[in-house]
Design a protein around this ligand. Structure first.
Ligand SMILES: [Zn+2]
Ligand SMILES: [Zn+2]
Length: 284
């Protein structure tokens, strides 16, 4: 068929998989979030790429480009689907989980009374980077004194030193020396690369001891990209709307109507039914 019109949002969006994933929430599984996303897409005040705020307009529901009255730039306002944190609307830093796993520096040298040659830098010995003590010595870092006695400069190289090539001699089994070039991997990088390469649960759990889980600094745990959070309805963004309790959101939603331009209100159907935006543009 060519088009489906006036289908309630609940029906149009019913085709999602029923199995909850890592990003499932009360809002995603009950469709309440779908309605909120539609509201923000269709009724929201969007921001142009140059940061100018736009008045809510029917053009969004008609899938039309918006032209910023201030800077004349043309842009596509976000559709309801692209405001989802499990698709295009996801914060790029945490891919929509709201959490990031960061290397926890305190875990990299669990026993600072040991020297680097004696295995002080745990990820090097753990992830097979056994020549790194020799390589780091080429950066003038002492490897035969307790890590605790290293200077700030030396520790900085251990933790953050550049991935540069160094020439070292490695003895073979029969005592013969091999001259080899190795690219330096600082302690943080060693963990990061082990994380990127981990393919099994077991591999991941080995890396996990060097990581700490933190609230994503980019989206502050809201899971949404900055662009999605720039659209405002009644002065708040989607993240702030979803932070409300169910009771609060039910009080807030009908209050949105008076904040809209007259052309965007419908006296007949609001606020009892929330099927405000299930008209044009629902192409799914
Ligand atoms: Zn503009
Ligand atoms: Zn994030």
């Amino acid at each position: 068929m060519d088009s489906v019109e006036h289908v309630p949002a609940a029906l149009a969006l019913r085709q999602r998989p029923g199995v909850p994933g890592v990003r499932s929430t009360f809002g995603t599984s009950t469709e309440l979030l779908n309605v909120l996303r539609l509201m923000f897409s269709r009724l929201g005040s969007h921001r142009c790429p140059n940061g100018h705020r736009q008045a809510p307009t029917i053009d969004v529901a008609l899938n039309l480009n918006l032209t910023c009255p201030e800077c004349r730039v043309e842009f596509y306002p976000p559709g309801a689907e692209s405001m989802a944190f499990n698709s295009d609307g996801a914060c790029p830093r945490c891919t929509g989980t709201g959490l990031v796993r960061e290397v926890d520096e305190a875990t990299l040298v669990p026993d600072p009374s040991r020297s680097i040659s004696d295995g002080a830098v745990a990820p090097w010995s753990m992830f097979g980077l056994t020549v790194m003590p020799q390589v780091v010595a080429e950066f003038d870092v002492r490897t035969d004194v307790p890590y605790a006695e290293l200077t700030d400069r030396e520790r900085k190289i251990v933790m953050h030193g550049p991935a540069e090539k160094r020439h070292i001699s490695v003895p073979s089994k029969n005592g013969k020396l091999f001259e080899l070039n190795f690219t330096y991997r600082n302690a943080r990088q060693a963990v990061q690369e082990a994380l990127n390469n981990a393919t099994s649960e077991r591999g991941l759990s080995r890396v996990n001891k060097f990581l700490s889980v933190q609230v994503c600094p980019a989206c502050h745990g809201t899971r949404l990209s900055e662009e999605v959070r720039s659209t405002l309805v009644d002065g708040i963004n989607l993240a702030e709307a979803t932070a409300k309790t169910l009771d609060e959101i039910l009080v807030w939603a009908p209050g949105v109507v008076p904040t809209l331009p007259a052309s965007r209100r419908s006296a007949r159907t609001l606020p009892r039914s929330w099927a405000v935006s299930s008209t044009a543009g629902n192409r799914s």
